[in-house]
Write a protein that binds this ligand. Structure first.
Ligand code: BTN
Length: 329
């Protein structure tokens, strides 16, 4: 037998041209019969490989999530492991279990086609139907608690996702503090960062950043229908693998320097809350006021009704009063 990804990689390199089975066999040093079997097994597992009457093949990108496809042509400053799962309860929960079993020695990225129990902030369910979304978690080992900044990691991830969507889909992206990504005033991405601590020492050992993107999701459950939306509403040529590749490229490019906050000007530019009247839930209190800034550490600075300035490092904006009408995010 042969590793099917070797055949896939050879086909991807030559695409959109066709490649004969003899050429593949010579290149991979196996018999043509093995090439035929391997291509059949790739087709059976969901890859689109076209066959011509002259017994040549070509790879055609499709909606099938694939580690070899995502990894092909992706070079990152930091090496990471990538796992694709057809289904899982939650990619964040999966990663947290992994970390508890054995500490991460390098970043581990997990992507699932669907989640049966995807969740967001405050334990809310995250709608995760198959084929239409991206449900991805990045597990990062944390060697030294002092070298970690939750606020800036969250805001930098929001910028990474926003820039990825802008680049690939040319959509107008806005950020709602702290890390909701909106298109046309509908939430299309949720981000949830969770820490994992060692039970014996209570030291932070890893951080799991979960990213859920409604890419082409159509029918949302009734309670989400007015707030949630999809990045694109019509058929597009961009595949989920391309989105994941670009997102991971940008994420690992920024990760070594995220603590400098050098991306904060971009975050502010994309923010839809600066200058707006908002309601903010922090702890068990709700605050109302005008957002005057998001500072260099990612904290929200609000002028409250009594004129005082208050800085929030966590909380959730529950309402934004826009001139165009209220967003109830
Ligand atoms: C939020 O909007 O409150 C955050 C939603 C985060 C959803 C993602 S999908 C991938 C990862 N797995 C989960 O269960 N949650 C995150």
């Amino acid at each position: 037998m042969i590793d099917p990804s070797a055949v896939l990689r050879a086909l991807m390199r030559i695409a959109p041209e066709y490649c004969s089975r003899e050429q593949l066999a010579t290149e991979l040093n196996v018999s043509p019969a093995i090439i035929v079997d391997t291509i059949q097994s790739l087709q059976a597992s969901g890859y689109h490989i076209e066959e011509r009457h002259d017994r040549s093949y070509r790879y055609v990108a499709n909606n099938q999530l694939s580690a070899p496809v995502i990894e092909s042509g992706l070079t990152t400053a930091i090496p990471f492991e990538l796992r694709i799962l057809p289904t899982v309860d939650s990619t964040n929960a999966y990663l947290k279990r992994q970390v508890m079993q054995s500490p991460l020695t390098k970043p581990l990225v997990v992507v699932a086609d669907t989640q049966t129990a995807g969740y967001g902030r405050s334990g809310r369910a995250f709608y995760s139907p198959e084929q239409t979304g991206i449900y991805l978690s990045i597990g990062l080992p944390i060697a030294d608690q002092q070298s970690f900044d939750a606020g800036l990691l969250t805001t930098s991830t929001a910028v990474v996702v926003a820039e990825t969507l802008q680049q690939l889909f040319a959509v107008p992206v806005a950020l709602k503090w702290v890390n909701d990504v909106l298109v046309n005033q509908h939430k299309v991405v949720g981000i949830l960062a969770e820490g994992v601590t060692a039970p014996e020492t209570s030291q932070l050992t890893a951080v799991v950043i979960g990213i859920g993107i409604n890419l082409t999701t159509k029918a949302f459950p009734a309670d989400l229908a007015s707030k949630a939306g999809a990045v694109v509403t019509k058929q597009v040529a961009v595949t989920r693998n391309q989105v994941i590749q670009e997102l991971l490229r940008r994420f690992f490019e920024r990760y070594p320097t995220y603590r400098t906050g050098d991306f904060m000007p971009v975050y502010r530019q994309l923010s839809m809350v600066i200058g707006q009247q908002v309601a903010l839930k922090a702890g068990d209190q709700t605050y109302r006021g005008q957002v005057v800034d998001i500072d260099q550490t990612g904290a929200l600075v609000v002028r409250l009704a009594n004129g005082s300035l208050q800085r929030f490092t966590s909380g959730e904006i529950t309402k934004v009063n826009l001139a165009t009408g209220a967003y109830r995010g």
